[in-house]
Design a protein around this ligand. Structure first.
Ligand code: FMN
Length: 254
């Protein structure tokens, strides 16, 4: 892909949801930046180290009644949220880098979604899911866990990491994005010493080096599947006979 639908070089937005520099997360994000540039993309970066993750009425200059879904119609939008929304609007691809924290993405990733996916710009009542504003855009989550692969699997003690990412994936699906299967790297932590530490660092270097191939293979990478709009009845429930693509949306039991 050398040009996007506007005939311009495609744009990749790399988002870093980690407070530390350097960290494995930030080093991996650097790998994404290099990989996207190697593909001929223009690259935008959202370094969320200092991003205010909390939606506040006072950011809109009000102190009292505040409807976050209507704020964009009547109030001056906070500049930091607008800057992020503009990057999301400009991007053909988004790569989100973050660690798993308390069985979920860190709060700054949730807050970035809360504040930057501005109602009326990136989602609206008549443009969501199949017809979402993000149609034609795609997103990849690059996630590290402290837990091992076994602990992070469907039968693991720490819960199925892929499932823990479903609410974030569905956020982008709601906005019309296609969501690539996440890339998860397990057993990432600073507890190791000596040979075990060296082995972990070597493994992580391999993960970062492989980012070039992941980005090059983007268009053919597997996607998460979600029910189409037509899979739901007029009450918003999945129609009988529709397949379950996730335990979060289950078919009706007769
Ligand atoms: C506040 C906090 C919560 C964490 N919660 C989890 C968790 O729920 N599951 C897990 O596998 N690892 C958890 N970890 C470990 C991190 O995922 C791990 O340290 C991180 O992936 C390492 O990447 P980094 O070097 O870029 O920080 C947690 C770490 C912190 C600091």
């Amino acid at each position: 892909m050398n040009t996007n639908s506007a005939g311009r070089p495609p744009v990749t937005l790399v988002v870093i949801g980690h407070p530390g520099r350097p960290s494995f997360t930030s080093d991996w994000a650097d790998g994404s930046v290099q990989a996207a540039k190697a593909e001929g993309h223009d690259v935008l970066i959202s370094d969320l180290r200092d991003f205010d993750a909390v939606e506040r009425a006072r950011s809109f200059g009000v102190d009292g009644g505040f409807d976050p879904l209507k704020a964009h119609e009547t109030l001056p939008l906070p500049l930091d949220a607008v800057a992020e929304a503009e990057k999301i609007e400009a991007a053909d691809r988004i790569i989100l880098h973050f660690p798993m924290w308390w069985f979920a993405p860190p709060a700054v990733i949730k807050g970035w979604c809360d504040r930057a996916l501005i109602h009326g710009r990136l989602h609206s009542v008549d443009r969501r899911f199949d017809s979402g504003h993000g149609r034609g855009k795609s997103v990849l989550f690059c996630v590290s866990t402290g837990a091992t692969e076994d602990e992070s699997g469907p039968h693991g003690k720490e819960g199925d990491a892929r499932l823990l990412l479903w609410p974030l994936a569905y956020t982008f699906r709601y906005c019309g994005f296609s969501v690539l299967e996440p890339v998860l790297v397990h057993g990432v932590h600073g507890y190791h010493e000596g040979a075990a530490k060296d082995a972990l660092q070597e493994r992580l270097r391999t993960v970062i080096a492989a980012q070039r191939g992941r980005v090059a293979g983007w268009d053919n990478a597997p996607r998460m599947t979600f029910p189409a709009d037509s899979a739901f009845d007029e009450t918003g429930r999945l129609r009988a006979g529709e397949p379950a693509s996730s335990p979060f949306i289950r078919p009706l039991q007769k």
